[in-house]
Design a protein around this ligand. Structure first.
Ligand code: NAD
Ligand code: ZN
Length: 387
């Protein structure tokens, strides 16, 4: 049965307007809060000093975010008497490199950041991953706070403690599990985010509905316009996403089981992203949207998902302005054999076997290990033929 879509007040809305939603990541002595709401950057200082009373804070950000939100973050820390220094890196994925990592580590040491001090990652997933990894290893570990400024970072990369840089062998291959001590997701900073980046992050929001919460998916169908417009609906979508990711991370912090569900759409998606050279031709979230549609259609092909449910997923993503067809990828996509090769390089491959996240229903994903490559190849050949 299809869950009824609800319009109107969000179930996780704060008790008083203006109060943030708080999601606790219950990981024992590594537990921390995710604070979600408009203008929450202003509370960064009081929250940071409550956790680390006399620390010096080094803020790492990129040169785009620096011009937009760095002053507000510095002012909030200065207001409670915390001394700050800043490290500004270039915006974009190429910064998540060994060279970028060396720069950040050296800059933190030059700023005399000590073991008891604090690092603040202010930016999207690139800054969050790079800074988190630097914080994990500089002086063998310094506490850090995530202040995510993209939708993708607020619902995904800032939560769960995965940090990494890229290697010439692939994305995110060098890193550490290192949890922050706090996440402050100020949803008002998303007002300056380019629409295309917001849409790409929205694909990850839809992912949570598709993988584990049919009611949330239906709510998104009814409220997508309001989520894009901002306000309470946006905050609710972000808080719900954080809750869902947190529940999975708490069950499986190091991805030995359930955490792999978060990879829905990502095996296909990563292959398409890699084929596009991880460039602006196809943003990560756009690749995930396409990948989720392929995962749904492949589930239909395997006879586990009803065709109308796959169509419903596609309809919602395309309505949000996301690509859902291979023909929509600028510059085209490679042939089935090359896509298979790229999928085989994905880190989700274990001993040569392809593991896929498939859908039984909207809100019910499952991990299908040991996928038959011949069936997958036949499916891809057919999809490529449809272009
Ligand atoms: N650690 C994890 O669990 C995890 C999960 C998902 C993705 N990731 C990583 O996240 C990265 C992608 O993150 P992303 O999509 O946030 O990209 P990003 O950090 O490159 O940000 C996208 C662009 O938006 C700009 N920007 C950021 N905030 C802004 C704002 N408020 N206003 C205007 N512009 C703003 C940035 O300068 C950048 O140009 C990838 O490297 C991916 O591997 C990590
Ligand atoms: Zn993703």
């Amino acid at each position: 049965m299809m869950p009824r879509a609800t319009k109107g007040p969000a179930p996780t809305a704060p008790l008083r307007p203006g109060d943030p939603a708080v999601v606790n990541v219950a990981l024992g002595e590594r537990a921390y809060d995710i604070v979600i709401g408009r203008d929450q950057i202003a509370t960064l200082g009081t929250r940071a000093s409550a956790l680390k009373p006399n620390a010096k804070a080094a803020i790492v950000t990129d040169d785009t975010v620096a011009g937009l939100h760095l002053d507000a973050a510095e002012a909030a820390l200065a207001a409670v008497g915390l001394t700050t220094s800043r490290v500004v890196v270039g915006a974009g994925e190429s910064t998540k490199s060994f060279a970028g990592f060396e720069r950040v580590c050296e800059a933190l040491l030059a700023a005399r950041v000590e073991r008891g001090d604090l690092v603040v990652a202010l930016g999207g997933g690139v800054v969050g991953d790079l800074t988190g990894f630097a914080a994990a290893v500089v002086r063998r570990g310094i506490d850090y706070i995530q202040v995510p400024t993209t939708l993708l970072a607020q619902v995904d990369s800032s939560v769960g403690g995965k940090t990494a840089i890229n290697s010439r062998h692939g994305k995110n291959l060098v890193g550490a599990f290192y949890q922050p001590i706090l996440v402050v997701a100020d949803t008002a900073v998303l007002d300056t985010l380019p629409q295309r980046q917001f849409r790409a992050g929205y694909a990850e929001v839809v992912k949570y509905g598709l993988l584990g919460d049919a009611g949330f998916f239906a709510w998104l169908e009814a409220n997508v316009k309001d989520v894009f417009a901002g306000g309470a609906a946006r905050d609710h979508a972000i808080a719900t996403s954080c809750r869902m990711k947190t529940a999975i991370v708490v069950r499986d912090e190091r991805e030995t089981g359930d955490r792999a569900l978060l990879n829905l759409g990502h095996t296909f998606g990563h292959a398409l992203e890699a084929a596009a050279g991880f460039s602006d031709r196809l943003l990560h979230g756009e690749a995930v949207a396409l990948g989720m549609v392929l995962a749904a259609e492949f589930s239909v092909r395997l006879g586990v998902l009803a065709p109308d449910q796959a169509a419903r997923a596609m309809h919602h993503l395309t309505g949000a302005g996301l690509p859902v067809r291979l023909a929509e990828v600028t510059g085209g996509v490679p042939n089935a054999d090359r896509l298979m090769e790229l999928m085989a390089q994905d880190k989700k491959v274990k001993r040569g076997k392809l593991t896929f996240v498939l859908l039984r229903d909207i809100g019910a994903a499952y991990i299908a290990a040991d996928m038959d490559p011949a069936r997958l190849r036949a499916f891809l050949v057919e999809k490529l033929g449809e272009q």
